[in-house]
Design a protein around this ligand. Structure first.
Ligand SMILES: [Zn+2]
Length: 226
């Protein structure tokens, strides 16, 4: 069957089915959720909305497939196209996540103000350290960048900061070993969860900065560096 025939059949099958309004509703919902996921600013909510949009689209596509009494090639083409685009969006946002964060947080290279922090990190990993204006003490790694808040800089002494930087540098060195879902979790700033990767990053931080510095950094600020 040629593609025009498919489109024709596609319309015909949907027109005669009682479930067509439901499928249409699902399609509208998934498009709405997808649009919302690009506008929502909170990373965690954005990711949740994005995943919900994927689920709604998937259900809509499966039910369309079910409704169609045609060969279903068009459905497969549509789904393949959709899958390629959404995968590209996910991988693209991971790849450029640090660029996005620099802009969103209005982050500036720390090398401009505290030279030793960039030098120290540069010896451990190919990473740039950025600071941003927030009283909440926090540090995280994304792409090839490490972000620290002003709150963290105020709260910790130099040794504790070295422990945090070493921990984050380990993440960047081992980015390839970080599972995709874990990278998404970092995107959402979820609480660290003491998984195997976190323990390895902590062990590295202890080697570089000493266990005392790491322990006191962690005790000063719970769940700060992820
Ligand atoms: Zn970590």
């Amino acid at each position: 069957m040629n593609i025009l025939g498919e489109i024709n059949c596609f319309g015909l099958c949907l027109k005669v089915s009682e479930l067509a309004p439901l499928v249409a509703l699902l399609i509208v919902i998934s498009i709405g959720l997808l649009a919302a996921s690009f506008m929502i600013r909170m990373p965690k909510h954005r990711l949740l909305t994005f995943v919900s949009a994927q689920v709604a689209a998937f259900i809509a596509i499966i039910s369309t497939f079910y409704l169609m009494k045609c060969e279903g090639m068009l459905t497969i083409y549509l789904y393949s196209g959709y899958a390629v685009i959404s995968t590209a969006v996910i991988f693209g946002s991971l790849r450029f996540y640090d660029r996005l964060m620099i802009r969103r947080l209005n982050a500036k290279p720390i090398g401009n103000v505290i030279g030793w922090m960039q030098e120290f990190t540069g010896r451990l990993a190919n990473a740039t350290v950025y600071y941003y204006d927030s009283a909440v003490p926090k540090a995280f790694a994304a792409g090839k960048s490490i972000f620290v808040s002003l709150g963290l800089l105020e709260l910790l002494n130099d040794d504790e900061l070295k422990a945090v930087l070493a921990h984050e540098a380990w993440h960047i060195r081992n980015n390839g070993r970080t599972p995709f879902l874990k990278q998404l979790a970092i995107m959402t700033f979820s609480s660290p969860g003491r998984g195997e990767l976190e323990k390895m990053a902590d062990r590295f931080a202890e080697e570089i900065a000493g266990s005392e510095a790491l322990t006191s950094a962690r005790s000063k600020v719970d769940k700060v560096f992820i």
